[in-house]
Every structure is written in structure tokens, then in C-alpha cells.
Design a protein around this ligand. Structure first.
Ligand code: A2P
Length: 272
């Protein structure tokens, strides 16, 4: 039911996944278990989220064969010079031999270790610990830096994208180079759910605002993994493959861009 997107290394990633940013240690096992029960097979976590163990526990308890799951995690900013040990720690917490996708979580302004981190990820892919590798929150300059240094093009660039932040230039730049887009905060941390264009479209289509926005991501070709700890919303967000937005609907949503960033700006972000 969930379509796959083919990455530039030939591997296929389920286009819809389950995000666990800010899901607490109390909520993580029930949330991921619910998502797996509903049918999600792609989980997006990160070392910094502090919930890799819970993700691993829910996966193990589900009994779902490893090859049916896509698990993404991310290298935190203070480990750019120590990626192998960082990934091994994540794998230990997840209870896995390899992740499907390992990302550099942020390019750290002023630190300038993203090229070194990328060189390590290239090695980790060769070593089989990360089946696919990519980046997150990279600007055009950061992408150029790592591609120039290694000739290895990231499989994805995971960036903040939602109807009021459409970052069209960076997306075109990435996709022109064969880099797929993964959208984080796909609902704009829920702010975009109240946008009148979205609520009107939802009413017309007999869908919820979240379903309309997620459908927009899917039809734009983005990989998307909404986060929710509410069981009914986990179901609702998965139920987006039996309707379509028209070309006019898509253009109406494209026109909502207001450069409304809800997270940090990658050009200046330096948290470690
Ligand atoms: P909750 O986890 O309490 O269900 P984003 O992914 O853009 O950062 O947005 C995540 C936020 O959107 C969370 O607060 C989540 O709330 C909320 N959310 C997720 N899915 C839905 C939905 N279908 N309807 C309304 N709010 C949702």
C-alpha cells in the first residue's frame, strides 16, 4: 500500500514512515508498536532523540522480519570526528547489525567537520553498518563540500519542509543531483494544520488537514514520516493512499510558502 522511492544507490525506501522526534522514553514503545501494528515499516529516529532503545524494543517485540523494516538513525553533532563509534552505539541501542539509512544530522556552523563525517559515512556504508547514507539540514554549500570531497552523492537530504516552508530552490538543487528529499516537521509542528487553504481543501475532499498535507508531501515525491503519540492520529496519518490531490490542489498548497521555519536555520545552527 505504501509506495517505495528508489534512492541513488538503488535501494527502495518506503515513502511514508513514522517519526519519533520528541517521543519520550515513556511513550516510545507504545507509539512504535502502534505504528508497526497499523502497517508502518519505516521508522526515523536519531541518537539525540534518546529513544533508540525504545525503538529497538518495539521492533524486537513486533516479530516483524528485519528485512521488512527500514530503520533510519542519525549522527549527532558532537560525533562528526567519531562516526563509527557513534553508529556502533546506536546499533547497540537499536539491537540491529546495520541501519538502513544513516544521516549526518546537522552541518555544524563553525565546526567544519561535515566533510570528515561524510568520509566516515562512506566507509560505514562499505563496511555494511549503514546500508544507505545521507545528510540532513544540508544547504547547497554543504552538499557541494561533501560531493566534491568524495564523489559520493548523499541518498537523501532530510530538511524542514511543509506547506508554509517549501524551500523550492534547495529542493530543486538536491533533486537535480539525484538526492531525494525527506521532509521533517511535515505538518509544521501542527501550525500548518490550521491554514485556511488546507482546512478548506480538507473539507472539500472529506479528509483531515493532516491527511491533505501528508498527501501533498507524497505527491511532491518527498519521503515523509509524521510523528504522533496519539493512536488515532497514527492511524489517520497512514490512511493517505486512497485519494489524490489534483494539480490545482497541489499548486494551491505550493503557493502557501511563507518561509515559516519552525526549527533552527541550518546556515547558523551550532548546537553540539
Ligand atoms: P501528537 O503527537 O500529540 O498526536 P510535525 O511532525 O510537523 O513536527 O508535527 C508533529 C505534531 O503534530 C505533534 O504535536 C502531533 O501531536 C501533531 N499531529 C500529528 N499528527 C496529527 C494529526 N493527524 N492531526 C493533528 N495533529 C497531529
Amino acid at each position: 500500500q505504501v509506495p517505495n522511492v528508489t534512492l541513488n544507490d538503488g535501494r527502495e525506501i518506503p515513502q511514508l514512515g513514522f517519526g519519533v522526534y520528541q517521543v519520550s522514553t515513556d511513550d516510545i514503545v507504545p507509539a512504535v508498536s502502534k505504528a508497526l501494528e497499523v502497517g508502518y515499516r519505516h521508522i526515523d529516529t536519531a541518537a539525540i532523540y534518546g529513544n533508540e532503545e525504545g525503538v529497538g524494543q518495539a521492533i524486537a517485540e513486533s516479530g516483524i522480519p528485519r528485512e521488512d523494516l527500514w530503520i533510519t538513525t542519525k549522527l549527532w553533532n558532537n560525533r562528526h570526528d567519531d562516526a563509527r563509534a557513534a553508529l556502533e552505539e546506536s546499533l547497540g541501542k537499536l539491537g540491529l547489525d546495520a541501519v538502513d539509512l544513516y544521516l549526518i544530522h546537522w552541518p555544524v556552523a563553525g565546526q567544519n567537520l561535515h566533510v570528515q563525517a561524510w568520509e566516515s559515512l562512506v566507509e560505514l556504508q562499505k563496511a555494511g553498518l549503514a546500508r544507505s547514507i545521507g545528510v540532513s539540514n544540508f544547504t547547497e554549500d554543504h552538499l557541494n563540500d561533501v560531493i566534491d570531497a568524495t564523489d559520493v552523492i548523499p541518498a537523501v537530504n532530510q530538511i524542514e519542509v511543509h506547506p508554509t516552508l517549501t524551500v523550492e530552490h534547495l529542493i530543486k538543487y538536491s533533486t537535480d543531483r539525484g538526492i531525494k528529499i525527506e521532509s521533517w516537521s511535515p505538518l509544521g509542528q501542527s501550525a500548518d494544520l490550521e491554514n485556511p487553504t488546507i482546512t478548506e481543501l480538507a473539507k472539500t475532499l472529506g479528509r483531515t488537514p493532516a491527511q491533505v498535507i501528508l498527501r501533498w508531501h507524497v505527491q511532491k515525491g518527498y519521503i515523509v514520516f509524521p510523528k504522533s503519540t496519539t493512536p488515532s492520529r497514527i492511524e489517520e496519518n497512514f490512511d493517505i493512499f486512497d485519494f489524490e490531490l489534483s494539480a490545482d490542489d497541489l499548486s494551491a498548497i505550493d503557493a502557501l510558502n511563507a518561509d515559516n521555519r519552525v526549527g533552527p536555520d541550518p546556515a547558523t545552527f551550532d548546537l553540539r
